[in-house]
Design a protein around this ligand. Structure first.
Ligand SMILES: Nc1ncnc2c1ncn2[C@@H]1O[C@H](COP(=O)(O)OP(=O)(O)OP(=O)(O)O)[C@@H](O)[C@H]1O
Ligand SMILES: [Mg+2]
Length: 418
């Protein structure tokens, strides 16, 4: 039975083999161990032996789409949605990070990029989603390209240039952006994310460039990939992995309550592996925890934080900052506990004291950091909201975001001022 080959920067890093029950096993290539010795994940340290199905499947399965997109893609290609090997074989050429996964039978690697413009198809797909959202999803509609991206929301990785969208024709053609369409289930979610990311940028959190982009009359959330860069007009990949991958946790356990990472585990991982000053990383994690509390983003789970593997290992910019609290139907539970609680409405002063222990920081220090982020948000959120409303036109979401922010700001100020 043929295997899959895993490449990083056109260099072979290892082989994936099929294992029973949809699982896979991974083994590093001897060339890699002899030469660069670059590990692809903190959970897959360089070793000659083949990794067990559990840890191998956890890492690679985390690259794949979740929920509906996964089901539809598997159905269309006639394989089981739990068949990780088949997914990687069909969709592994362009993933989050630098890895390209290619069937062993394709032994000639392309060296020059080739993209195909999808403007017409994209417009048709957006139209189809609008008219029958239950049936159509962006990714499966256009997934004749072999690319993969994680997450529950409908989205598509694309190459974007001068207002046109393209898909890769081969593995030497990385995508540069991710687009997310409007959702019939969560009103104005594309505006919600565009606003929250913009607010984050303006309060000093590290986030990739993103915008609300109108294409053929359809609003899209458009974000630049921080795991790509241009070098002499060629797009190159930068390797990244999310915290679940780094900790060897499968995607279905991304929530802390289901065994996923919590703030304590994130801090421990940072302390052990990141090259940056740990106090800076703790500050960033505290700021983003505060920011997420304020916008009511209850879905900041272990796949929504990543690390970048370059010469050193660093914390990736933040992404997927979106208010879930504005949608009353969504789960109110926090993806990562603050202190002892998973309930946003039950977070109190002692939760932050416990959080400071998880961060190995003095509570006064944490309260000071929380106050700084809170003040910055308070100072500008109304202005940023009104700029978005002026720029993109009125929408209910802006009033909803205003209410959520005003309420959460008041709660946090009250909790931290005592
Ligand atoms: N700007 C970016 N650059 C590089 N990779 C990104 C970027 N934004 C997202 N990703 C990758 O894509 C994955 C999915 O993106 P995102 O978290 O925004 O999707 P989602 O469907 O909203 O997720 P969720 O399932 O958490 O709701 C992330 O886990 C991350 O690996
Ligand atoms: Mg996400």
């Amino acid at each position: 039975m043929s295997n899959l080959k895993v490449y990083w920067d056109q260099q072979i890093v290892g082989t994936i083999s099929r294992h029973p029950k949809g699982k896979i096993t991974f083994q590093y290539a001897a060339e890699l161990l002899k030469n660069s010795g670059r590990q692809i994940s903190l959970s897959l340290p360089c070793q000659e032996e083949r990794f067990s199905p559990g840890v191998s499947t956890a890492f690679f399965e985390n690259l794949l789409p979740e929920s509906d997109a996964r089901t539809i893609l598997a159905f269309n290609r006639r394989f089981d949605k739990k068949d990780t090997f088949a997914f990687l074989e069909n969709f592994g050429e362009d993933c989050a990070g630098a890895l390209s996964i290619i069937p062993e039978s394709e032994d000639i690697l392309p060296h020059s990029s080739e993209y195909r413009c999808i403007d017409v198809e994209l417009q048709n797909a957006l139209q189809a989603i609008e008219s029958d959202p239950g049936k159509h999803k962006l990714y499966p509609e256009l997934a004749n390209a072999r690319l993969s991206i994680a997450g529950a929301q409908d989205k598509l990785p694309v190459y974007f240039e001068k207002g046109s969208f393209y898909l890769p024709e081969n593995s030497a053609s990385p995508t540069t952006h991710i687009i997310k369409p409007a959702s019939p289930y969560f009103h104005d979610i594309q505006r919600n994310e565009a606003f929250c990311m913009d607010l984050a940028r303006q309060v000093g959190l590290s986030v990739p460039h993103s915008e609300l982009y109108t294409f053929a009359g359809y609003e899209l959330f458009l974000i630049e990939r921080y795991d790509r860069f241009h070098s002499e007009n060629i797009v190159k990949r930068v390797h990244q992995e999310d915290f679940c991958q780094a900790m060897g946790i499968p995607f279905h356990r991304k929530y802390q309550e289901q065994g996923g990472p919590g703030f304590l585990h994130c801090r421990e991982l940072a302390e052990e592996h990141l090259s940056a000053d740990i106090s800076v990383v703790k500050q960033k994690l505290t700021s983003v925890m505060t920011f997420n509390f304020l916008i009511g983003n209850n879905d900041a789970h272990g796949k929504n934080f990543s690390i970048i593997h370059k010469d050193t290992i660093t914390l990736a910019p933040f992404y997927d900052l979106v208010s879930t609290q504005v949608y009353p139907n969504l789960d109110r539970k926090l993806a990562m506990a603050i202190g002892n609680t998973y309930r946003h409405d039950r977070v109190n002063q002692s939760a932050f004291v416990k959080f400071s222990k998880d961060m190995k920081l003095r509570p006064e220090k944490v309260f000071e950091m929380i106050a700084q982020t809170t003040q910055k948000v308070e100072k500008i959120y109304e202005e940023v909201l009104s700029i978005h409303e002026q720029q993109y036109g009125e929408a209910v979401i802006y009033a909803d975001l205003h209410t959520v922010l005003r309420t959460n700001l008041a709660r946090l100020q009250e909790m931290t001022s005592k």
